[in-house]
Design a binder for this molecule. Structure first.
Ligand code: ADP
Length: 343
């Protein structure tokens, strides 16, 4: 879609920029956000080669407006490289890629202006105070102070940092820094937010606060594109995801559909002690639809974990510990690749 075809949307930002030579930062993205049918992302056979390494190997996927879309996979799967190509900071080797209908390699500035980018490592300006990080970032976009001052207050509130507005960035906790980085990426009201490993390094409480903030953005119609190697994060945040491994897509679907397709409803985890786990695998096969032996435990895939456990015990096998749980994306990945997501 040509940028000029975008549906005009009234917002404080567009109002402020009416007289400005700078194009409203979000015009293109907002057209999608308000019901246009152009996919936010269309990747076809997207490939990135570094020397002999096919970091991203002919992947194809689409992201719909308003969707929360995940790229799930272990370290080195090619997730960040894909994000960089979407964000226009890495050139693709081959394939096609459209972001809001535009090729980021041809329309870099327009594409970048329609995106909010949250990189893996916070790159906040530690010389500046919390509020000023938001305002100065907006200035890089050429946004006027008249827009930025109220916007900064709104974003501080969103990030639950109003009371920290005049603090130095160094005084913030890891979770606060992440929320500030996200708030900063929202300064130009992007319709699409790219988040690269948003909660890596955060403690559980900080992760949950962050997920809550991201969920709010999703409710407002912002398209979220998230890379993660945490299956719980993908399950919490993503409507749909691709599972990546060695640069390729190994599965695609909603978390629930992937679990239905590739795993059983429940998993029985048994620990017999590290010297006995592997030795008992053959004996345990009869109790489950399938079985995975990990170094520290055996996973029995079954529709009814408690029933399987009762059978195991009735036959005189006495595990040191047992746990019945729902199948997760971790199980999907294990089934697809034979490896754990976090090695
Ligand atoms: P992920 O985000 O899934 O952890 P990346 O996209 O960062 O994976 O990396 C995919 C592969 O590409 C890895 O093997 C990584 O070492 C390699 N890679 C990433 N960036 C570069 C680069 N700039 N030069 C060479 N190899 C790279």
């Amino acid at each position: 879609m040509a940028a000029d075809d975008a549906t005009p949307v009234s917002s404080p930002l567009t109002a402020c920029l009416q007289e400005s030579p700078i194009r409203p930062a979000t015009e293109i993205g907002r057209a999608c956000r308000y019901g246009d049918l152009v996919p936010v992302i269309e990747a076809r056979e997207l490939t990135k080669v570094y020397g002999d390494l096919r970091a991203v190997d002919a992947i194809s996927f689409e992201v719909a407006p308003g969707e929360s879309f995940g790229l799930l996979g272990p370290n080195g799967a090619g997730k960040s490289t894909t994000m960089r190509m979407i964000g226009g900071t890495s050139l693709r080797t081959s394939g096609t890629l459209l972001v809001n209908g535009l090729d980021p390699e041809i329309h870099g500035p327009e594409v970048r202006a329609s995106l909010g980018v949250v990189p893996q490592t916070d790159n906040l300006d530690t010389e500046l105070r919390v509020r000023d990080n938001l305002i100065m970032y907006g200035r890089y976009f050429g946004l006027p102070y008249s827009y930025l001052r109220p916007k900064a207050e709104e974003l501080l509130e969103f990030a639950q940092l109003t009371e920290k507005a005049t603090e130095k960035v160094d005084n913030l906790s890891g979770g606060m820094k992440r929320r500030l980085t996200i708030a900063r990426a929202l300064v130009n009201e992007p319709a699409v937010l790219l988040l690269d490993e948003p909660t890596t390094g955060l403690d559980p409480q900080a992760r949950h606060i962050l997920w809550d903030r991201l969920f709010r953005l999703k409710e407002e119609g912002v398209t979220l594109i998230v890379t993660t190697h945490f299956m719980d994060e993908a399950e919490q945040l993503c409507d749909r995801l691709i599972v990546m491994d060695h640069g390729s897509i190994v599965a695609e679907g909603s978390p629930a559909a992937l679990i239905r397709q590739y795993s059983t409803r429940e998993v029985l985890e048994l620990r017999f002690g590290s010297d006995r786990n592997a030795a008992l695998v053959d004996q345990l096969r009869g109790y489950a639809d399938s079985i995975e032996a990990l170094p520290d435990r055996v996973l029995l895939y079954t529709g009814d974990g408690e029933a399987a456990l009762a059978h195991v015990r009735a036959d005189g096998l006495d595990p040191v510990t047992s746990l019945v749980r729902r199948s997760s994306l971790e199980d999907v990945f294990l089934r697809l690749t034979g490896r754990s997501l976090i090695d």
